[in-house]
Design a binder for this molecule. Structure first.
Ligand code: NAD
Length: 394
């Protein structure tokens, strides 16, 4: 099949298998070029391992510290005449590279929130690895079926208390206009916390602890975001921010549970980056475009892979926690040298000056890359096999 991008709002409904493979191999090369990670984890479970921060975590663990990895994700497999999702092709490519490097890699495609998925992963760890020494929790999902009650929760991206109006970028057309988002109502906050909060992270760690699958000294991490105050009504102080507060509650609970094993739970606050999850948040893509412009000009821009390489290479051994005990990989983003020009440009940016003040081109290229488009060396006019398998799932 010949595969071209089909963009619908903030998603692309097609994905290019060879382009996704190239994207994965570029990330592998970046980690390899920095040399082996000393004292990194060796047996790593990544929940949400197929795209964005989770994929980059899996790549950094495998190709940086030589870790055996188990990945869990929810993706659509490709068929010979039908595109799968990018996360499917990324995972196929990851496993092929891992196998070629002699690294154990097993993947599970299905609902990470379910008891069944936890049981399958527990069985695989028991059979193949004995224990894990690092658990990354990197899910971003719009809904969750609760495993005990069957209730379906939907997460929303809304401010709390009052409506919020700010500038917004149409990432397809490049038009900057105003968006107004109505505040959360009814059970919106509780539902968002049920999906994106920490309960499921704790259920995973409990499932592993109850089977003695957590090695001494294990670290577990979940990812969060804070950002500048222009985004706070929709992020930090909004429904998603309440879910991130709940992650911190669970981080403290997990810390206590892991302490007898010499283990540690972390919330890592990461940089704002173009991913499938972040492109769905109003206001944030314009902020990211302005941020990329400044950070690229200052030479401090990182993508998911550089962030996760820095996490595994430096912060797992030297965490440098903030005043409330979080790892801060958003340190370069939040540096005043970066924030000051970004916020100045935020006040000025409009449709006419977008390309001058923001890295809109970079935003669009990063977005297309998430789906395997625009990668050098990929022949997009050639037939490609959309039915590729993930080796451990085939
Ligand atoms: P993403 O959309 O790229 O990845 C989400 C992952 O979750 C995918 O692997 C997907 O398959 C998996 N997933 C979703 N629902 C699932 C389910 N029911 N069962 C199994 N797997 C499922 O998202 P991302 O941006 O990498 O986000 C990961 C985490 O990082 C989130 O907690 C997010 O809030 C956080 N974060 C993101 C940013 C950012 O700017 N993108 C910044 C800081 C923190």
């Amino acid at each position: 099949m010949i595969v071209a991008p089909k963009i619908r709002g903030f998603i692309c409904t097609t994905a290019h298998p060879d382009g996704c493979a190239k994207h994965v191999s570029e990330q592998v090369s970046i980690v390899r070029s920095r040399g082996p990670i000393a004292d990194g984890p060796r047996k790593v479970l990544v929940i949400g391992s197929s795209t964005g921060y989770g994929l980059a975590s899996r790549i950094a663990a495998a190709f940086g510290s030589g870790a055996a990895t188990i990945g869990v994700f929810f993706e659509k497999p490709g068929e010979p005449d039908k595109c799968g999702t990018a996360g499917w092709y990324n995972s196929a490519a990851f496993e092929k590279e891992a196998l070629a490097a002699g690294l154990y890699a097993k993947s599970f495609n299905g609902d990470a929130f379910s008891d069944e998925m936890k049981a399958e992963v527990v069985a695989a760890i028991k059979a193949d690895l004995g224990q894990v020494d690092c658990v990354i929790y990197s899910l971003a999902s719009p809904r969750r079926t609760h495993p005990k009650t069957g209730e379906v929760f939907k997460s929303v991206l809304k401010p709390i208390g009052e409506s919020y109006t700010n500038k917004n970028l149409n990432t397809t057309t490049g038009v900057v206009d105003d968006v107004t988002i109505q505040p959360a109502e009814g059970d919106d906050v509780a539902n968002t916390v049920a999906v994106m909060g920490g309960e499921d992270w704790e259920m995973w760690i409990d499932a592993l602890l109850s089977e003695n699958l957590i090695a001494p000294g294990t670290q577990t991490l979940a990812y969060s975001y804070i950002g500048p105050d222009i985004t706070w009504p929709i992020y930090k102080n909004g429904t998603i921010g309440k879910a991130k507060e709940d992650l911190e509650r669970v981080q403290r609970a997990l810390d206590a549970k892991l302490a007898p094993l010499g283990g540690k739970a972390w919330v890592s606050v990461n940089k704002a980056l173009v991913t499938q999850a972040s492109s769905a948040i109003p206001v944030v893509p314009l902020y990211i475009s302005l941020l990329y412009k400044v950070m690229k000009a200052q030479g401090t821009h990182e993508d998911c892979i550089e962030q996760m390489d820095r996490l595994f290479r430096e912060r797992l051994t030297s965490p440098q926690p903030d005043e409330v005990g979080r790892i801060r990989l958003d340190d370069w983003e939040m540096d005043a040298k970066v924030q000051q020009p970004v916020i100045e440009n935020w006040a000025k940016v409009d449709t006419e000056n977008l390309k001058e003040l923001a890295d809109f081109d970079g935003y669009q290229k990063s977005f297309l890359k998430l789906f395997g488009f625009g990668l050098e060396g990929v022949d997009y006019d050639a037939d490609t096999d959309t039915g590729v398998k993930v080796p451990s799932i085939a």
